[in-house]
Ligand binder design. Sequence first.
Ligand SMILES: [Zn+2]
Length: 284
Amino acid sequence: MQDTSPSVPDFTQWPSFPFEGDLHVKQLDEPVLVEPPRRGEGNRECTACNAPDEAYIWVGERWRVRAMDRPTGLPMVLILESRSHLDLGDLPNLLAAELGVMTVRLERAIRSLDGVARVHVNRWGDGSAHLHMWFLARPYGRLQLRGTFLSLWDSILPPISEAQWRENLAMVAAWLAEFGGRPLAEPPRIQWQAPSSFNAASTGGATEEPEEEIASVIEAADEIPEAEEAEERATPEQAEHPDRASEPEQVGQRDRAGTPERPEVPQQAAAPEQVEQPQRAETP
Ligand SMILES: [Zn+2]
């Protein structure tokens, strides 16, 4: 029907593929010999380590959950982060086991929201060295959003209402807090108002707001502008925040300073049932 070049793969014909028309496969760049450092690697600042608890919707001793800075097209988009500056493959057994527990818990919390059919869990990690897992909710009934293009659709769908968004965030935060930690239902920073100024056509890039670290669900979008990003990081907007002064335990915050990891923290402080698994996990 459409005379796309023969090299365009079949998935461009799938109902879930968000685009139509005449498509061409991009020319691939030559591979680089040495990849540039991600955020939180080499001499690059770590956004996660620098972010105060107030930027999150829920915080625990070893994990934090954050939302985007404004309503998303999908009914819920959240990021689970370890406090410690570690990447997925570097998690010690305790944290690895807890990651499983937190993943299940968060999935269930998001799936319990009205209008959510499924929760996709993703980890890319190409932009930041600090472990962060994405949780993307697929709206119920939207069969066309099934599968791997869900993250693209988030930028295409009109954002949900701010009221709904905040309510959803508060519900998830409260759900997590049942197991410990602190709900900070108020989402990150800046009061985002006038959601009506968004329209269906807004594609991530259409945001007139000052650039925040996470503007889109599409991870590449938060990593590709490598050069600008690096500069922005130099002036972290968290500066105005009254910095977790009241928090006795900012375990992760200073990790990146030098000490590679310190997953010691009192074990059963946050969620008692998380503590069993590690033993079993490490078969001698
Ligand atoms: Zn970090």
